[in-house]
Design a protein around this ligand. Structure first.
Ligand code: FE2
Length: 312
């Protein structure tokens, strides 16, 4: 069901149940979300100074643009202030700090007119996060950092909430991806050859829904939604942040979106940390969602020295 809720006055358990049933949720900007976005904008502006980050792509060769963005991402992701502001936002949106687990947030840039479409600026083809070993209970939070419109949005393809998309997620192994794919992101400037799960035949992309929200607004959706990056034709780079959450009670009770076509190996659950004390998801819970690992796989992505320098 593809209902769209705006600022739903629902208790958190009910809200998650609606999201697991296919609803999309939009929250209007509020002080806690605005503070997180202002912080991300500050870091981006510093990195590109004296250029305007929205138009810097027109002034820089693409390799230089990648050099600016690559260290910016880990700086935002691992900065203590980022996690502090994220937790404040989640608390403001009434998530329970004792049962909510967060993955590290991501900072994304989608350049205009295909200036940079690979590696750090990868524009996502239609996919479900659950093809990439996300649990069916995962919720995704997406926040644009500057004014945006439908040509620089996340596109949802609700027809495939219930209708499977033939795909090769059965070839995807999360631990192998951690070992190889992610560490190579910055090496991909003009094309991206990392093995990612993809549709094997074109999905029905229409009807398509592209929520347009102001900076500080939030789009919240199940990780099982089929979604893609709309081609940006605005002439300006689109910057956004996103973060994923799971609730322990959903994991314990097996609640989440229905699995219509996700068959990856492994689970990303070890990447999540509890809001209250940064504890990992208990091993016995992870074990229920794990489907084995290859001998040479890596359970959790730990950036190597090269990545800490911002090269990946
Ligand atoms: Fe995604």
């Amino acid at each position: 069901m593809s209902a769209l809720h705006l600022d739903p006055p629902l208790p958190p358990d009910e809200l998650r149940a609606r999201l697991h049933a296919g609803a999309l949720v939009v929250f209007s900007p509020r002080p806690s979300t605005a503070a997180l976005c202002a912080w991300a904008r500050e870091l981006i502006a510093q990195a590109f100074a004296p250029l305007d980050p929205l138009t810097a792509q027109h002034d820089l060769p693409v390799e230089r643009f990648v050099e600016v963005c690559a260290p910016l991402k880990p700086r935002f992701i691992h900065h203590p202030r980022t996690r502090e502001l994220l937790k404040a936002m989640m608390a403001d949106l009434r998530l329970d700090p004792d049962t909510t687990y967060l993955d590290v947030p991501r900072l994304r840039m989608v350049t205009s007119h295909g200036y940079l479409t690979a590696g750090v600026g990868y524009a996502h083809h239609p996919h479900r996060d659950t093809w990439y070993s996300a649990p069916m209970a995962q919720l995704n939070w997406w926040l644009p950092l500057w004014e945006m419109d439908a040509t620089s949005a996340v596109a949802f393809h609700p027809r495939h909430w219930e209708v499977p998309v033939p795909n090769d997620s059965s070839e995807f192994d999360y631990y192998e991806w951690n070992a190889v794919g992610r560490a190579q992101a910055a090496k991909h400037v003009t094309s991206d050859t990392r093995k990612q799960p993809r549709p094997l035949e074109p999905p029905a992309l229409q009807p398509e829904l592209r929520p347009v929200v102001p900076p500080g607004g939030v789009v919240l959706f199940s990780g099982a939604q089929l979604h893609s990056t709309a081609p940006n034709t605005t002439g300006r780079t689109r910057y956004s942040i996103d973060v994923r959450t799971v609730d322990l009670r959903d994991l314990l009770e097996g609640r989440g979106a229905p699995n219509v076509d996700s068959r990856p190996r492994g689970t990303s659950l070890r990447d999540f940390r509890r809001m209250s004390d940064d504890a990992p998801v208990p091993d016995e819970v992870v074990a229920r969602y794990d489907s084995g690992r290859p001998a040479d796989g890596v359970l959790v992505f730990r950036p190597n020295a090269e990545e800490r320098l911002g090269l990946a």
